[in-house]
Design a protein around this ligand. Sequence first.
Ligand SMILES: *Cc1c(COP(=O)(O)O)cnc(C)c1O
Length: 376
Amino acid sequence: MTASFPRAEVVIDLSAIRHNVALLASRAPSAQTMAVVKADGYGHGALEVARAAVEGGATWLGTCSLGEALALRRAGIGVRLFSWLDTPEADFAPAVAEDIDVAVSSLDELARVVDGARRARDFSGLNAICRVHLKIDTGLSRNGCPPAEWPALVKAAAAAKPLIEVVAIWSHLACADEPGHPSIDAQAKRFDEAYDIARAAGLNPMRHIANSAAVLTRPDLHFDLVRPGIAIYGLNPVPTEDDLRPAMTFRSSVVLTKRIPSGESVSYGHSWTAERDTTLALVPVGYADGVPRSLSGRMDVWLAGKRRPVVGRVCMDQLIVDCGDDEPSIGSEVILFGKDGPTAREWADKLGTIDYEIVTSMYRPRVHRTYLEAGS
Ligand SMILES: *Cc1c(COP(=O)(O)O)cnc(C)c1O
């Protein structure tokens, strides 16, 4: 194959996103689906993923920051948007004006949201209401309101009508990717208790707690809304097999091949030496493009119909593949990870991390992003 590719390219298959969202929605038939597109859609492009996710059946989109949500709204995304973590400087008035649901974890945050709603009334009219999802910390000990402060938060939120409307209570799981972990049931129990307290305070909120892993393994925790992230990108957080399709492929192409005799060494530091005459293929991607240097000597690529080892050090801009007695043609496609090639998960396992980190780190100025089936 001799197509011309950019030096380094991530190809995002939007049909995979649609497929994955539809699959996840079908696993949680009683709930609505919020596709999580924070961090620029886990490195896949927030707006393109958002559109594909909506086509796949998502009726909500989740972002971390208000800025991410506002960018989607201003680009014409019409579904419910929810954003959950900002700095104390964040201004909630635009969230109200642009119809974005926000998270509240403390009385202090509640006061800032109420203030935003009040100011939004000044420019968008008396009906401006801030839709709030109160977050209970059920055991992740990250954001969220500790149980001891929950009754006061619930009461204050209920009293802030009609400037704010509590539409949901929600939480986040610590160990959902380890099905059977006792913390999951413990968190579920605290979530139930928090719900009872909210009901007793006169609220009638939706509930949501399930990330991808819980969508796939804990139907009892689907409640009204599920919040899958990683699985919509086709990466499975739990060991169970599933029909998820990875959306991201990282690829490059062969720019040079050469024959070297047995005994010649390769790349900086001469960490690899040919044990027989062999053909090397030069690929113009390196650690500046997202190929971790620590994978030097322990990664494969997919090239000319099979997996082949990267030999010697990964450089800033290039790496070298041992092709034995094969001679791939110049311009041959090289898959670093994704469709047909090694998986992002394989990289993550070798690096002692998770595939979330691999794909989110692919947003780089030198790496082209291309969409398959964009706009369809
Ligand atoms: C990132 C995130 C999710 C999605 O988690 P996945 O493990 O990617 O499915 C859901 N909810 C919150 C609050 C998050 O921060």
